[in-house]
Design a protein around this ligand. Structure first.
Ligand code: FES
Length: 348
């Protein structure tokens, strides 16, 4: 801890009514700054003060130029998401004292991997464009007000609790590597409609077909960070896995992601364990260009003795593994149902 972060009172005294804490805020005004920089503010912090309360007090009492977003102050609107001590959180439900007691420091920065407009306010346009891109409305055959039997709140696996705060997108490693990736929030929103029993079956298949394109559902690397940071327990990665399962169930299997899943399953069924020597060929399928793409890597691995042997026997008791897979059921093929999502929306 640097000298400037020293706390004159309250260190280690978790019952003190007030402690004077140093709060570091990343500031950036593109009109005058070339780079973001940190500024330190000192504040008397009573127990129960949230990060958002602290920011409002700093703005009112010390720095009127400090910029950040908020609205509801009740973890409902999603507008106060930011990075607190390295983690994406809602400022209005994050306790200053608890953060201090846990980390011995309070560092506040804007959401990562989104362009900063000023200080803690980020540009959410790409977030909303991606939400718009997944066609965020029901493509229903029946009246949207109708509730088919068997449909209840569990149908959506909590994805309908999303408050669109952007924390998951900021934490997403795939989005960090490729900003075109649709991202966990938009994909979880798409699942909300795929899971809705009122969605027309051909529209659902068309929706899944669109989502399997590059930068879509198969670009998630399952790092799980979106699940960890979501303030509403939406579990976007689980929704993405359900989307993938639904796509494969409908015969949408031409992507490398889908072939990886199917190839994995087939190899486990055959050998009882993964055959890494064959797996790459399962993934690329009968694609000569992709084969030539990976050939140099394969040759280099071969020369270094890193290519696993494709010839190995099945494990003992493989029949039991096959029985388990058998119970998971066969895949259906309805790949002929691939109408255009937008066409269907226009018909509605
Ligand atoms: Fe609305 Fe924090 S201000 S979620």
């Amino acid at each position: 801890m640097s000298e400037s972060h020293a706390i004159p009172q309250g260190v280690g005294n978790t019952v003190a009514a007030h402690v004077r804490l140093a709060i570091t805020i990343q500031k950036y005004n593109p009109e005058i700054d070339t780079h973001p920089h940190d500024e330190i503010y000192h504040l008397e912090v009573p127990r129960g003060l949230t990060i958002l309360d602290a920011l409002i007090r700093i703005k009112n009492e010390q720095d009127g130029r400090l910029t950040f977003r908020y609205s509801c102050r009740s973890a409902i609107c999603g507008s106060c998401a930011m990075t607190v001590n390295g983690a994406e959180q809602l400022a209005c439900r994050t306790s200053v004292r608890q953060e201090w007691e846990r980390y011995g420091d309070i560092r506040i920065a804007p959401l990562k991997n989104l362009d900063v407009i000023k200080d803690l306010a980020v540009d959410m346009r790409s977030f909303w464009e991606k939400t718009q891109a997944i066609v965020p409305w029901l493509l229903a055959e029946t009246s949207p007000g109708a509730h088919p039997s068997g449909m209840n709140t569990y149908t959506f696996h909590n994805v309908d609790a999303c408050i669109m705060c952007g924390a998951c997108v900021a934490a997403c490693t795939s989005h960090e590597a490729d900003r075109r990736f649709l991202g966990p929030a938009a994909l979880a929103k798409a699942y909300r409609f795929v899971a809705d029993a009122r969605e027309a079956e051909d529209a659902r298949t068309a929706r899944l077909a669109a989502l399997q394109e590059p930068s879509g559902m198969w670009d998630c690397t399952r790092c799980n960070f979106c699940v960890q940071v979501c303030p509403k327990d939406v579990q976007p990665m689980e929704a993405i896995i359900r989307l993938r399962r639904a796509a494969i169930d409908r015969g949408l299997t031409h992507t490398e992601g889908a072939r990886h899943v199917i190839g994995f399953r087939d190899l486990i069924a055959k050998y009882g364990r993964l055959n890494e020597g064959i797996m790459p060929l399962k993934v690329i399928g009968l694609n000569l260009r992709r084969f030539l793409d990976i050939l140099p890597l394969g040759v280099r691995m071969l020369l270094k003795g890193k290519v696993p042997s494709p010839l190995h026997p099945s494990i003992k008791g493989v029949e039991r593994v096959r029985a388990i897979l058998e119970r998971s059921g066969p895949r259906s093929d309805v790949s002929h149902l691939r109408p255009n999502v937008v066409d269907h929306a226009n018909r509605g």
